[in-house]
Write a protein that binds this ligand. Structure first.
Ligand code: CU
Length: 121
């Protein structure tokens, strides 16, 4: 009797498994992933130092300082309050959404002497 029950259960399970799934009518809306831009601080400064971005498109700069021989121990972005410390060998995420086309300087606290340009299109 028990074997029969198990068999019946198995068959039921198999039947359920093989039942066609109802078709999904609406596809879930995918949020566009924020563009991530990997950046390093080396003895050459910020690498890359010129980056193209798009107005109104959020980006995340992922900045890793890889040397102590630099004064760029933080990253500032012109025209924003962004001022993120860059600990050695630790990726730091800097989220930013450019609002208008043009060139935006970024770089170290010393007037971005070590730094680069974000080219906003
Ligand atoms: Cu500096």
């Amino acid at each position: 009797m028990r074997t029969l029950t198990v068999a019946a259960l198995l068959i039921t399970a198999l039947c359920v498994k093989e039942e066609p799934k109802p078709e999904v009518v609406s596809t879930p809306v995918k949020k566009p992933a924020t563009r991530r831009i990997e950046m390093a601080v080396t003895t050459d400064g910020f690498v890359p130092h010129d980056v193209k971005v798009k107005a109104n498109e959020p980006v995340t700069l992922v900045v890793t300082r890889k040397t102590d021989e630099t004064c760029a121990t933080e990253i500032l972005i012109e025209g924003t309050d962004i001022n993120a410390p860059l600990p050695l060998d630790k990726p730091v995420e800097v989220a930013w959404t450019p609002t208008k086309a043009g060139q935006v300087k970024f770089g170290c606290a010393m007037d971005k002497m070590i730094g680069g340009i974000l080219l906003v299109e």
